[in-house]
Ligand binder design. Structure first.
Ligand SMILES: [Zn+2]
Ligand SMILES: [Zn+2]
Ligand SMILES: [Zn+2]
Ligand SMILES: [Zn+2]
Ligand SMILES: [Zn+2]
Ligand SMILES: [Zn+2]
Length: 169
């Protein structure tokens, strides 16, 4: 311990003594008006505390202390892939997309949900580039994961040039 700290006591700041680096033990937390944060009255360290949410309208909650707003739905399943909120009626869908095969084995444009049979609302496959460590790249559907085709060397080069930070998978 620093000799000055021994005589005059520690100089607490944000949880530590700014002179000797000791950690402040036994914080005395005091609530702060208008924010959901408490501060130690001795060392001034702050910590977040739980918001006190109270309902305001359908599925909306507001913190009576700091004013933070959140939305919390009460979802119940409706059909296979749809859940509906009993309070406000909003619908959330969670489909298991898969590529649709034609009877002759070729793949049709578009993805279908394997659970409920719904069509991808976007209609067609949504292509995204997937890089491989080997340097090859494929165009895959970001919805159902179907490999649409392999990219040529030129296309790979163009893609890596425009996405330099994209890590190889
Ligand atoms: Zn000290
Ligand atoms: Zn403290
Ligand atoms: Zn709050
Ligand atoms: Zn709701
Ligand atoms: Zn579905
Ligand atoms: Zn697809």
């Amino acid at each position: 311990m620093n000799i000055i700290c021994k005589i005059r006591g520690h100089k607490w700041r944000d949880g530590y003594c700014s002179r000797c680096g000791s950690e402040h033990q036994g914080h005395e937390w005091a609530p702060q008006p208008g924010i959901c944060v408490e501060k130690c009255v001795i060392c001034n360290m702050s910590k977040e505390v739980e918001h006190s949410f109270s309902p305001r309208g359908n599925c909306e909650y507001v913190c009576t202390n700091c004013g933070k707003q959140i939305v919390r739905h009460k979802l119940v399943p409706k059909g296979n892939c749809i859940a509906v909120c009993v309070n406000c009626g909003v619908e959330k869908a969670d489909h298991k997309w898969n590529a649709v095969k034609k009877s002759n084995g070729t793949v049709k444009a578009g993805c279908k949900c394997t659970v409920c049979g719904a069509d991808n609302p976007e209609g067609e496959h949504i292509p995204t580039v997937r890089m491989h460590v080997s340097g090859t790249a494929f165009l895959v559907c970001s919805v159902c994961g179907l490999t649409l085709r392999e990219l040529s060397r030129d296309e790979v080069a163009r893609y890596t040039a425009s996405h330099p930070q994209h890590p190889a998978e």
